[in-house]
Write a protein that binds this ligand. Structure first.
Ligand SMILES: N[C@@H](CCC(=O)N[C@@H](CS)C(=O)NCC(=O)O)C(=O)O
Length: 189
């Protein structure tokens, strides 16, 4: 997200293998003891989609997030929430065999999710058409992970989308930073 925005930032390594994310200091930032967490001045934001919306509005309005009066704002917010509240739990439920009545589950029927996501990507190349937004980082990130873990049907629309995301220079820059940190710390990847 920060590479796409092009704002300077400092990456703080949290040693999850040593349990640092569950230590009181980190839990003060995120009571869940999870990553990622963004600190921006006095603002502390956890939950990936919230971080995306925060950063888009603060540093990318009109560029990576539609302006507040832009009617596309509705679709933008919808997709930002759709990733963590529908795509992710739906894939997890399917992969883990969690049973439930679709009407009583916030993420509904898995087939409906697949069809909705596929339709959302049909105009492309991004969820809002020509404009790449933070919503693509949220939903696209989930799509890429779920495909990698074989938790999402590898439909061409999803695979092509994942490839487009992976080809973005900001993604390459972030991946290079991750690789460097892993190398420096001797982490398995
Ligand atoms: N709902 C959270 C999920 C965050 C999450 O599960 N992060 C993983 C790493 S990608 C984590 O911190 N796992 C460690 C743990 O839960 O102990 C979000 O969207 O940010």
């Amino acid at each position: 997200m920060l590479e796409e925005l092009g704002v300077p930032y400092e990456l703080n390594f949290v040693d999850m293998a040593a349990g640092a994310h569950k230590a009181p200091g980190h839990r003060q930032l995120n009571g869940m003891g999870k990553l990622p967490v963004l600190e921006d001045g006095e603002a502390v934001v956890s939950e990936t989609a919230a971080i995306a919306v925060y950063l888009g509005d603060r540093y990318g309005l009109g560029r990576l997030a539609p302006e507040l009066i832009d009617p596309r704002r509705g679709a933008y917010l919808r997709w930002c929430f759709y990733g963590p509240s529908v795509v992710e739990p739906s894939c997890a439920a399917k992969a883990n065999g969690w049973e439930g009545r679709a009407g009583a589950l916030g993420w509904g029927a898995h087939e409906d999710m697949l069809a909705t996501l596929e339709a959302g990507l049909s105009a492309g190349p991004w969820l809002l058409g020509e404009q790449f937004t933070m919503a693509d980082i949220v939903v696209g990130g989930t799509v890429r992970w779920m495909l990698a873990f074989k938790m999402l049907d590898a439909r061409p629309a999803f695979v092509d989308y994942a490839e487009r995301l992976g080809a973005r220079p900001a993604n390459a820059a972030a991946a290079a930073i991750n690789a460097r940190v892993a190398e420096e710390r001797g982490l398995k990847r």
